[in-house]
Write a protein that binds this ligand. Structure first.
Ligand code: GDP
Length: 301
């Protein structure tokens, strides 16, 4: 149900046009496929993905001897789900059952990083985990306070230093605090300024080294947060971060605010990194563990 309401805009756009297409054509033919192509492209699925998908669809239609456009929707759903989640994708979080799990969260300012951390903390808490947050974005004005507000909102401690301090030192403190509290999960915020990419990437690398040194095997996840409403921009950011640090999973935010939810497919195809969570609103329970089938279900009426 969360997927249904959260993907309302995309569903209205995509499903509405899809139904119209099916009703107008009735019989599957070349023109139908052409319009279907356009529809998928307009939903940000990505041109090459759409080409591939429609080719496969044509084959499938031949194979199953599908004649009516009305019978094609389940096949489209199946194909879309296959593009959203590849065989072997692990969409769950790599949580250590015995030891401290460290999750590093990266992404450009404004994409919803802090909000996602708050929501993720809440999600883990509802699963019975004890969580600590590290205010590693010491650069952006207000980032520490904002994380503090989330910490209070969802009832988890936030380890912080004053603005402008060394984020690696914050991480060191945070790991120590998480260990002494015997916390299950430490979620680390990081800076997201893009003005100076080299500094930012160096800072991320340094933060990561501290975590690696203090907790063997950590970070267990590096989650890259992307804003789904930014389309191609999100892809460019993902590539930049992907080069600087080993991203293990994606969080796509603000899917409730776009009619172009197809961007999830484009991102998954382009990056070869599993989508682990999607953001469907600003409230604490608006972060959903990603599930391709539920996502596709959310796209259709
Ligand atoms: P940060 O700079 O990356 O830490 O971004 P913030 O967490 O401050 O988020 C920026 C804005 O996006 C805030 O107004 C958030 O409430 C909003 N936001 C974050 N995630 C979502 C989401 O999934 N849906 C919607 N509608 N808004 C979101």
């Amino acid at each position: 149900e969360k997927f249904k309401t959260g993907l309302e805009k995309t569903r209205t756009n995509f499903s509405g046009k899809m139904n119209e297409l099916v009703a107008r054509y009735r019989k599957v033919d070349e023109d139908f496929f052409e319009e279907l192509e356009e529809l998928l492209i307009s939903a940000d699925v990505g041109v090459s993905n759409v080409m591939e998908l429609v080719d496969e669809l044509k084959e499938e239609v031949k194979l199953r001897n599908i004649k009516d456009t009305a019978d094609i929707q389940p096949v489209i759903s199946e194909k879309l789900a296959g593009l959203l989640e590849k065989d072997g994708d692990d969409t769950s979080l790599n949580i250590q059952e015995q030891d401290l799990t460290v999750i590093l969260v990266v992404g450009v300012n404004g994409v919803g990083k802090t909000t996602s951390i708050g929501k993720l903390a809440h999600h883990l808490k509802t699963e019975g985990k004890s969580v600590v947050l590290a205010a590693g974005d010491t650069f952006r004005a207000g980032a520490i306070e904002q994380l503090d507000v989330w910490g209070e909102r969802v009832g988890v401690p936030v380890i912080k230093q004053q603005a402008g301090s060394d984020p690696a030192a914050v991480m060191y403190d945070a790991v120590a605090a998480a260990k002494s509290r015997k916390a299950d999960v430490l979620i680390c915020d990081t800076a997201g300024r893009l003005q100076n990419k080299v500094n930012l990437m160096n800072e991320l690398a340094k933060v990561k080294r501290v975590i690696e040194r203090e907790v063997p095997g950590a970070p267990h996840e590096v989650l890259l947060v992307l804003d789904a409403t930014t389309g191609q921009n999100a892809l460019a950011q993902a590539k930049a971060f992907g080069q600087a640090t080993d991203v293990t999973g994606l969080v796509l935010t603000k899917l409730d605010g776009t009619a172009k939810g197809g961007i999830v497919i484009a991102v998954r195809q382009e990056l070869d990194i599993p989508v682990k969570f999607i953001g469907l609103g600003e409230q604490k329970d608006d972060l959903q563990p990603f599930n391709a089938e539920q996502f596709v279900y959310g796209l259709f009426k």
